[in-house]
Ligand binder design. Structure first.
Ligand SMILES: Nc1nc2c(c(=O)[nH]1)N[C@H]1C(S)=C(S)[C@@H](COP(=O)(O)OP(=O)(O)OC[C@H]3O[C@@H](n4cnc5c(=O)[nH]c(N)nc54)[C@H](O)[C@@H]3O)O[C@H]1N2
Ligand SMILES: Nc1nc2c(c(=O)[nH]1)N[C@H]1C(S)=C(S)[C@@H](COP(=O)(O)OP(=O)(O)OC[C@H]3O[C@@H](n4cnc5c(=O)[nH]c(N)nc54)[C@H](O)[C@@H]3O)O[C@H]1N2
Ligand SMILES: [Mo]
Length: 769
């Protein structure tokens, strides 16, 4: 719908209408049915036309002159040569064929982790997978950066991923039945701006307001006060980062010591409490995990811990644990302990009780919505069965042939010759970026499709300019939001940009499988096809939606709300024999024989407290005395929209803002508006200073997403000028079980930057030869 209201479209940060004038997007307004729109949509016009757009195909000079592997040590530091589409497609297709024929499909790494954009047809990563499967397959990535440890752990102990990816027990049930909501990592509204696949309506804030009105009490257990909105008047327990497992153990210990735990629930619905109990009581290691013990670790007074345990046992309690807690060293443990604690309270499966991972982490977590399939593009299947856990990318590139543990397996890293990224930004998402720079210099060839000159595009050999979502027709939907949105093309492609689908179709043609890749459909035929396949699938669930024409004209369909609140594990609670969990015992596993059988010292058979390598309790604090919280940015989605209005307005002297406590600032002579150097043994960066008591003492908050901008790209480890925290974070697995990323376990030091400020150049065009 163009009309007076603008072109209907959608994004991970919300649905909107784009105002178009003379073929340019000049503004955006929120979708009429959005209850609490995010300001992030207003960043889109600026980003769309930003100087950082890639306008034509480009090839790194050394690669062009010397062929695959040419001057690979200069990847990320060398000039690019503009080439024609035909030449770029010819070269890329020939290189893919060379590697496949001489090293096998396994040597092509196409994991390409990343969020892409909201549209389901033009979903960049899926398009790449479909293309690579069409040529025989590729090495994949499993899990995600969001909750990798949970993805590997939860099937062992509760038999499914529902409690982390949803549907969670819905907000309507919480408002009605919950009395106390205990939030580890808060319920951060900054994160509820986003949902993968799009947000028709932002429901978290309105539901939190209703919960508050209904009298639900909130406890925000977090290093940051503003992880809970002011209007919640939450009690703030400032917890030392990464110590939640100790705190949860102490809550559990108090329940047992005061006989407040629900033994009948434990007997009927769980296994292994008796293996866990001796550890809790200190019979196995001489250390009772009581409140006095935990107070010394987590910084919360013992009496407060005991009081909280009593309150939790005395009323209908929902334990909400954020995804952030498991993006840390031993990230499996706070999750296993959340489940254990909830089981001990005996309220799992009761309305308003139990636990859930991720309230507030994405916009539609907890949204009341019927459980239905979502429209999706099909990636097909290839013949390669090799994969890596998502965050082991640098290990894989640096150590081909090395073995590692993962979820009970001994696995071997493949020897990768081509890395292909489309729809993700590893130089945003990965840890220890200086190490990643070295890793990216290993393969023969790196190919990237991107709309913008992100650091990942800069570290490629062949760069294809991709269109952004506003330049094409699509449909968008998250599996939890109640809207499926039509996404009408607003403007013509910028520069010579092409849709990812067309880029891959061009290569498929050169490799002889264009027809199989496109199935002969045009863009609009695909959009219609995906809608109609979805329409048929949900008809099996007795849900009827309008014809494609009616949907496209109206701009959206709304999925009807369920009649009653959804409660996680309701069926299991009602009849645990008929509705067994998909675990070996059919019950919740507080002790897992399977995990114990793996023999991992860093993840034994029941939840345990294990000290993180880097936290405020470790010896490393002598050198680096502050815990870095590189959490999600309120001003953008990861690296996306860092070149847009909202993010740019937040920068301090061009640098990403970093929050630190007044006492920590005073001790270092820092004040608001300064630029500081933040550093540890892995790297150093410049960030702007905000002095604020929203962060607890000892913690600095520097959100992710400032585009990686090294002072000397040819020398990995040089000063990062812009404030990308991943030059500081540690690149290790959570444990041998899940091998998840540990971004939230990181110590740093901060000092005033007195020298001249180097210019931020991340949004500029790279050097062109
Ligand atoms: N330190 C630290 N690091 C973290 C985290 C943390 O908490 N702390 N969080 C982690 C988490 S949870 C996640 S999910 C990751 C996110 O990491 P990513 O998902 O990799 O981050 P994005 O910036 O969303 O990257 C998506 C890229 O796709 C591009 N793109 C968008 N649309 C299209 C398109 O149509 N075609 C093509 N070809 N490209 C497109 C965008 O320009 C962008 O560069 O980061 C992780 N990294
Ligand atoms: N605006 C915006 N929203 C986003 C995203 C974005 O980039 N921008 N990214 C989206 C994505 S991909 C994801 S996966 C989710 C992530 O959702 P989360 O993983 O929950 O996100 P974070 O912001 O990393 O963490 C939330 C809060 O947890 C607290 N926290 C961190 N470590 C600890 C700890 O050890 N203990 C306790 N108790 N608290 C801790 C921090 O104070 C932090 O503000 O967010 C999504 N939402
Ligand atoms: Mo994520």
């Amino acid at each position: 719908m163009t009309g007076g209201k603008g072109v209907i479209h959608s994004s991970h940060w919300g649905a909107f209408r784009a105002q178009v004038k003379d073929g340019r997007v000049v503004g955006v307004t929120p979708f009429e049915k959005d209850e609490a729109p995010s300001p992030l949509i207003t960043s889109m016009p600026e980003a769309l036309y930003d100087e950082s757009r890639i306008r034509q195909p480009m090839i790194r000079k050394g690669w062009l002159e010397e062929g695959p592997g040419g001057r690979r040590h200069l990847r990320g530091a060398e000039a690019f040569v503009p080439v024609s589409w035909d030449k770029a497609l010819d070269l890329a297709a020939a290189e893919l064929k060379r590697v496949r024929d001489s090293h096998g499909n396994e040597a092509i790494f196409g994991g390409s982790y990343g969020w892409s954009s909201a549209g389901r047809f033009h979903h960049a990563r899926t398009q790449l997978h479909r293309f690579l499967n069409g040529m025989g397959g590729f090495t994949r990535q499993v899990q995600n950066y969001s909750y990798a440890a949970a993805i590997t752990l939860l099937p062992h102990i509760v038999g499914s991923l529902e409690s982390v990816q949803g549907p969670l027990s819905s907000w309507d049930g919480i408002a009605k039945y919950t009395k106390l909501m205990v939030c580890f990592g808060g319920v951060p509204l900054k994160n509820a701006q986003i949902d993968s696949g799009g947000v028709g309506s932002h429901i978290t804030q309105p539901w939190l307001e209703r919960c508050k009105q209904a009298g639900v009490e909130f406890v925000n257990i977090s290093p940051l006060r503003d992880d809970a909105a002011d209007f919640l008047q939450a009690e703030w327990l400032a917890v030392r980062p990464n110590s939640d497992t100790a705190l949860m153990l102490a809550l559990a210990h108090t329940l047992v010591a005061e006989n407040l735990h629900d033994q009948a629930f434990l007997d009927r619905y769980t296994v292994g409490f008796n293996e866990f109990l001796p550890y809790l009581l200190g019979k196995t290691d001489g250390q009772p995990k009581d409140a006095d013990w935990a107070a010394g670790l987590c910084g919360i007074p013992a009496e407060t811990i005991r009081g909280l345990a009593r309150r939790m046992a005395g009323t209908r309690t929902m334990i909400a644990t954020a995804w952030s807690l498991q993006r840390a060293d031993h990230g499996e443990q706070p999750y296993w302990m959340t489940v254990t604690l909830a089981a001990m309270l005996g309220q799992i499966g009761l309305p308003g009780g139990g636990y859930g991972f991720g309230y507030g982490c994405e916009a539609a977590m907890g949204a009341p919505r019927k459980k239905l399939p979502t429209p999706n593009m099909l990636a097909g299947r290839g013949s390669v069965d090799n994969f890596i856990p998502v965050a082991r990318i640098a290990d894989m590139l640096l150590e081909p042939g090395a073995t590692y543990d993962y979820d009970g397996e001994k696995r071997t890293y493949p020897d990768i010759r081509i890395v292909y990224w489309c729809g993700g930004n590893p130089f945003h998402h990965h840890q220890d970026l200086n190490r990643l720079v070295c890793a990216f210099r290993q393969p023969d060839t790196v190919i990237v499709n991107e709309p913008w000159w992100t650091a990942t595009a800069r570290h490629a050999d062949i760069v294809f300019p991709a269109t952004t979502t506003l330049e094409r027709n699509d449909l968008g939907s998250s599996p939890r939001d109640r809207f499926v949105m039509a996404m009408h093309k607003a403007v013509e492609p910028v520069g010579e940009a092409r849709h990812d689908h067309d880029i891959f179709a061009g290569m498929a043609e050169r490799l002889g499988f264009r027809e199989a890749f496109t199935e002969g459909r045009s863009e609009m035929e695909w959009v219609r096809h995906l809608y109609e396949v979805w329409q048929q699938r949900i008809a099996e669930h007795d849900v009827t939606v309008p014809s494609f024409e009616a949907f496209w004209e109206a701009g959206h369909v709304e999925i009807p709300a369920p009649e009653k609140p959804f409660t996680l594990f309701e069926g299991f609670r009602a009849d645990p024999d008929a509705q067994k969990l998909d675990t070996p015992s059919g019950k919740i596993e507080i002790f897992s024989r399977t995990i114990a059988g793996f023999g991992y010292d860093d993840c034994p058979g029941h939840p345990v407290w294990r000290e993180p390598k880097e936290w405020l309790g470790s010896e490393a604090v002598r050198d680096y005395s502050l815990h870095l919280m590189s959490n999600q940015p309120r001003t953008r989605l990861h690296g996306q929209l860092d070149n847009g209005t909202v993010s740019r307005a937040s920068k301090i002297q061009g640098r990403e803002p970093m929050w630190l406590h007044p006492e920590d600032a005073a001790a270092r002579g820092l004040k608001d508006g300064d630029v500081a150097r933040v550093f540890n043994g892995r790297g150093a960066l410049l960030a702007g200073v905000i002095v604020s008591d929203v962060v607890m003492k000892g913690v600095v908050q520097l959100p992710t997403g400032a585009w990686f901008d090294p002072l000397e790209p040819e020398h990995p480890g040089s000063l990062e000028k812009h404030g990308n925290p991943n030059v500081l974070t540690r690149d290790r697995g959570t444990s041998r079980l899940a091998q998840g990323p540990v971004a939230h376990s990181c110590l740093v030091e901060v000092e005033l930057w007195r020298d001249e400020l180097p210019e931020v150049t991340a949004f500029r065009q790279p050097a062109v030869a």
